[in-house]
Design a protein around this ligand. Structure first.
Ligand code: GSH
Length: 205
């Protein structure tokens, strides 16, 4: 399998999922602005939506949309415990989280990446995100991971998007349960490997 990714983008969640599942894969870096791959070829020919993540399967098909890809991967390796079995209430609970993260958290960051959105939109966006963080902080209090004691693909996804606070100067200290959760997920060996492979670990001085 080949994962089309951009360093630090939401594709980090799929990258973490691949490593946590122990599945073999190759990384293919895409420039989401120019829509080019490293060899200069056209990323739009891989994913006509122009977005990462995209996963080329061994049968040549390309799967897009992070939430679909991560569930596909988790189901390839059920013994890794990254998603409860399909059809169980626990699986729908996981999907409840995945849908919340994708629609309420992930995309709520978007205007902050666009200088053209202007100060007023940025101010509104930050205030809106802060409300989401308030709620997430209550949900994470006393819990190891989103669905309880087990790390799942929802944690890979929330980690990848919350990680953006590092680049946007948003201090998670205001949300201690969320801050501690972020540190807990970050410390996982496969998460560290993924961050290193994407060049996201700070070099030791
Ligand atoms: N609906 C897609 C959205 C993915 C997405 O927003 N990817 C961003 C990076 S985090 C991207 O590639 N943006 C470039 C673009 O859409 O032009 C998914 O959930 O996988």
């Amino acid at each position: 399998m080949q994962l089309y990714y951009s360093p630090g983008a939401c594709s980090l969640a799929t990258h973490i999922t691949l490593r946590e599942a122990g599945l073999p894969f190759e990384l293919k870096r895409a420039d989401v602005k120019s829509k080019k791959l490293e060899d200069g070829s056209d990323f739009l020919a891989i994913n006509s939506k122009g977005a990462v993540p995209a996963l080329r399967l061994d049968n040549g098909q390309v799967l897009t949309e992070g939430v679909a890809i991560m569930q596909y991967l988790a189901d390839q390796k059920p013994e890794a415990g990254l998603a409860p079995r399909n059809g169980t209430l626990e699986r729908y609970r996981l999907q409840e989280w995945l849908n919340y993260i994708t629609s309420e958290v992930h995309k709520s960051f978007s205007p902050l990446w666009n200088p053209a959105a202007g100060a007023q939109v940025h101010e509104y966006t930050r205030a809106n995100l802060e409300k989401k963080f308030d709620w997430l902080n209550t949900q994470l209090a006393g819990k190891q991971y989103l669905t309880g004691e087990t790390f799942t693909i929802a944690d890979a996804y929330l980690f990848a998007v919350i990680n953006w606070t590092n680049f946007l100067g948003i201090d998670l200290a205001r949300w201690p349960a969320l801050r501690d959760y972020q540190a807990r997920v970050s410390a996982r060996p496969k998460v560290q490997e993924s961050l290193a492979a994407e060049g996201l670990l700070k070099k030791a001085a």
